[in-house]
Design a protein around this ligand. Structure first.
Ligand code: F6R
Length: 607
C-alpha cells in the first residue's frame, strides 16, 4: 500500500505532486507528505490524515522546488501521525517508501549505534539514514542508493532525493510496482501509471530489483546487479482527468448504480451477439483437459472466486478449489501439472495474490487472471487476462468490480462446460441467455433502493448482524457481511445457512438482525427451513428473495425484499446489489466515511 510519486521537472512540482497523490489516495490515506529540493536543500511538508490536511499545510507554508517526491501512507509500522508521515529525511537524503522493510530493526540498531538519530517509529526512516551513512563515507548519490538497496530485506518501491543534487531523483523497486514516465524535458515516477496520468502516458514499468536514475534528460535503469539495462516503454491507456462523483453523494453509490452498464460492457467482450454464445480470447491451454482449477484472491475478489467454484463444479464438472491468497501462498499446495490457476483482483496489485500467482507458475500451472486494471502487475504476469470492464473503482469497498468479476467467471464456467462436454447446446443457451439478461435485471433490482434504504435505517441500529445463504449464495452472505462491517463498522458475519445449528444459532436474539439471501433456487426450501429455525428462536429476519420465493417462504420475517424472479445461475450477481445497498445506507445512516472507511486502503500492496 502507500502511494509514491516523484518529478524531476522544469517548473514548480508541488501542485503536480499533490495532484498525483490525489490519484493515489486509494492506496492509503493515513497521512501524506511532500519533499522538494530548494537551492540544494531538502524541504518538506507533512500532515496526518487525508490529503486535504496536507493541502492546508501547503497553503499556509508553500513549497518551491522543481524536483520532488510525495507520498500517501497506509500505516504498517508506526502510528498514522504527522511525525511518522513520509517523506523521511535527514539533512542529506529524503525517501518515500511503499512496502515493508523486514530487517528494519537490525538496521535501526546498527544506525543508532553509528550515531544516527531516528525520529520516527517507521521501518522506512532507516533507508534515509543508510543513504546518509553512505554519503558520509564519500559515495555519490547513485553509489549511496545502490549500496543502501543491498542492505534492505523485504518489499519496496522507493523515491529518493539527495541534497545538493537538484536535478536528480532515484527510484527503486523490489516486490512493489514502480512506473517511470517520460515527459518533455521532465521525468516522472509513480506507484502506477494513474499517478502520473496527466503528465505522461509514455511509461516504463521497472522490473523486479531495478533501480533508476531520473534527470530532466531521461532515465538510466539498472538491474539488481547495478548493470545498466534497457526496459521497454509503453503507451499507458490512462485518462488524465480525475473521476468525478457526478450527482451521487458517494463514489460507492455511483459505482453501485453503474453496474447495469459496466456488466453490459464486460459481457459485451465475452458474448458474441451473432452466434449468441460465450466467446473467450484464444487460450494457450485447453479447457477440456485441465485437471483442476485453483482460484486464488483476497477479500471481495475471493468471494467472487468462491461463487465461481460452485459454477465450475456444477456447470463445468471440473474440480475447483478456492483459497485466500495470504493462506494459499504459504500452504505449499500440491497442484497437478497443467492445472489452471485463476487469480481474481480488481487492482491487479494485491501483494498476496501476486505472490500466489508466482507460486502457481513455479508449480507448472496455466495462469489466467480476471483483473480490472489491464496494466497491473497481475495482468502483466499472466498467460491470459480476462479483463473486467468495470472502469475505475474509487470507493474503497468493491462493488461494480465484484459483479463484473462474477460475470467474467460465469462466462469462463460456461466455456469450460462447453469444452468438456458437460452441457448440451440447450443448457448452454439457457445459461447464456440468463447472463445476457443481467444488465436489465440489475436495473430492476436497483429500483428497490428506497425500500432498502428504509430497512437499512433499522439494521444500522444493530451491533451485530448475521447473513445466511446456501450454495452460490453462501459467498454472497460472506460478501454482505464484509460490506457491512467495512463501511458501517457494524460487526457482521456470514454463514452457510446449514451451518447455523452447528453453533452460530446460539447468537440469535431479537437484537441481532439476520439477513437471509434466498432466491427461489433448488436449495430454497432448505434455506427457508433454516430461516424458520431462526424465527422460532426470536430472530428478526430480513428475507431477500424474489416473487416466486415470497410465495413459498411463509410468515415471520420482520422485513422482506422481493426482487424480480431471476435464473438461479445469475442470482449471485443480482443479489449482490441489495447487499451492497444495505451496507451503503447503513453506513450513511451511521455517518461513517463511506468511500474511505477507517484503516483501509483500496490497493493492498503489502502482505
Ligand atoms: C472489500 C474489498 C477488498 C478487496 C481485496 C482484494 O470491499 O474491496 O476486500 O476485494 O482487498 O483487492 P483486489 O481485488 O484489488 O485484489
Amino acid at each position: 500500500m502507500c502511494g509514491i510519486v516523484g518529478i524531476v521537472g522544469r517548473e514548480a512540482v508541488t501542485p503536480r505532486l499533490v495532484d498525483g497523490l490525489q490519484r493515489l489516495e486509494y492506496r492509503g490515506y493515513d497521512s501524506a507528505g511532500v519533499a522538494t529540493l530548494v537551492d540544494g536543500a531538502i524541504a518538506r511538508r507533512r500532515a496526518e490524515g487525508k490529503l486535504t490536511n496536507l493541502r492546508n499545510v501547503l497553503q499556509a507554508r508553500p513549497l518551491d522546488g522543481i524536483t520532488g517526491i510525495a507520498h500517501t501512507r497506509w500505516a504498517t509500522h508506526g502510528a498514522p501521525t504527522e511525525n511518522n508521515a513520509h517523506p523521511h529525511a535527514t539533512a542529506k537524503v529524503a525517501v518515500v517508501h511503499n512496502g515493508i522493510i523486514e530487517n528494519f530493526r537490525e538496521l535501526r540498531e546498527e544506525l543508532i549505534a553509528g550515531g544516527h538519530v531516528m525520529e520516527t517509529e517507521t521501518d522506512s526512516e532507516g533507508i534515509a539514514h543508510l543513504g546518509t551513512a553512505e554519503r558520509d563515507r564519500g559515495a555519490s548519490p547513485q553509489q549511496a542508493a545502490a549500496r543502501a538497496l543491498r542492505r534492505l530485506d523485504g518489499a519496496f518501491a522507493l523515491g529518493i532525493l539527495f541534497a545538493g543534487h537538484d536535478g536528480l531523483l532515484i527510484g527503486a523497486r523490489r516486490g512493489c510496482p514502480l512506473v517511470v514516465g517520460y515527459g518533455d524535458g521532465e521525468m516522472y515516477l509513480g506507484s502506477d501509471a494513474l499517478a502520473i496520468g496527466p503528465l505522461s502516458n509514455r511509461v516504463c514499468y521497472l522490473m523486479e530489483g531495478d533501480w533508476v536514475e531520473l534527470t530532466a534528460e531521461g532515465a538510466v535503469i539498472h538491474d539488481a546487479s547495478d548493470a545498466v539495462v534497457h526496459r521497454e516503454t509503453k503507451l499507458a491507456m490512462i485518462t488524465g482527468g480525475l473521476i468525478e462523483k457526478g450527482n451521487y453523494r458517494h463514489f460507492m453509490l455511483k459505482e453501485i448504480y453503474e453496474q447495469p452498464a459496466v456488466i453490459g460492457d464486460t459481457l459485451g467482450t465475452y458474448y458474441n451477439q451473432l452466434s449468441r454464445r460465450v466467446v473467450l480470447p484464444e487460450l494457450p491451454f485447453d479447457l477440456a483437459s485441465v485437471p483442476k482449477i485453483t482460484i486464488v484472491a483476497c477479500g471481495t475478489a475471493y468471494y467472487a472466486g468462491l461463487v465461481a467454484k460452485y459454477w465450475f463444479e456444477r456447470v463445468g464438472r471440473v474440480g475447483a478449489e478456492v483459497d485466500v491468497a495470504s493462506e494459499f501462498r504459504y500452504r505449499e499446495a500440491a497442484l497437478p501439472e497443467g492445472g489452471l490457476a485463476v487469480f481474481v483482483s480488481q487492482s491487479g496489485e494485491t501483494a498476496d495474490t501476486l505472490a500466489a500467482l508466482r507460486y502457481c507458475r513455479e508449480q507448472g500451472q496455466h495462469i489466467l487472471s480476471v483483473v480490472n486494471v489491464p496494466e497491473s502487475s497481475i495482468a502483466r504476469e499472466s498467460d491470459v487476462v480476462l479483463p473486467t470492464h468495470a472502469g475505475p473503482e474509487i470507493g474503497v469497498a468493491s462493488t461494480k468490480a465484484f459483479t463484473c468479476q462474477l460475470v467474467v467467471l460465469a462466462c469462463l464456467a460456461i466455456a469450460t462446460a462447453r469444452a468438456r462436454g458437460a452441457i448440451d447446446a440447450a443448457a448452454e443457451a439457457e445459461l447464456t441467455h440468463a447472463l445476457v439478461e443481467v444488465p436489465a435485471a440489475a436495473t430492476e433490482v436497483l429500483k428497490h433502493d428506497d425500500r432498502i434504504e428504509a430497512i437499512a435505517g433499522d439494521i444500522a441500529k444493530a451491533r451485530d448482524v448475521l447473513y445466511l445463504g446456501r450454495g452460490a449464495l453462501y459467498p454472497l452472505a460472506l460478501e454482505g457481511a464484509l460490506k457491512l462491517k467495512e463501511i458501517s463498522y457494524i460487526h457482521a458475519e456470514g454463514y452457510a445457512a446449514g451451518e447455523m445449528k452447528h453453533g452460530p444459532i446460539a447468537l440469535i436474539d431479537p437484537a441481532v438482525p439476520v439477513v437471509v439471501l434466498a432466491p427461489s433456487d433448488r436449495l430454497f426450501g432448505k434455506t427457508v427451513s433454516n430461516m424458520h429455525e431462526v424465527i422460532a428462536r426470536g430472530g428478526r429476519i430480513l428475507l431477500v428473495t424474489d416473487v416466486e420465493g415470497e410465495r413459498h417462504a411463509g410468515d415471520g420475517a420482520a422485513w422482506k425484499l422481493v426482487l424480480p424472479d431471476m435464473h438461479e445461475f445469475v442470482a449471485p450477481v443480482l443479489q449482490a446489489i441489495p447487499v451492497q445497498l444495505l451496507a451503503y445506507h447503513a453506513a450513511v445512516s451511521r455517518g461513517t466515511d463511506v468511500d474511505q472507511p477507517r484503516n483501509l486502503a483500496k490497493s493492498v500492496t503489502v502482505e
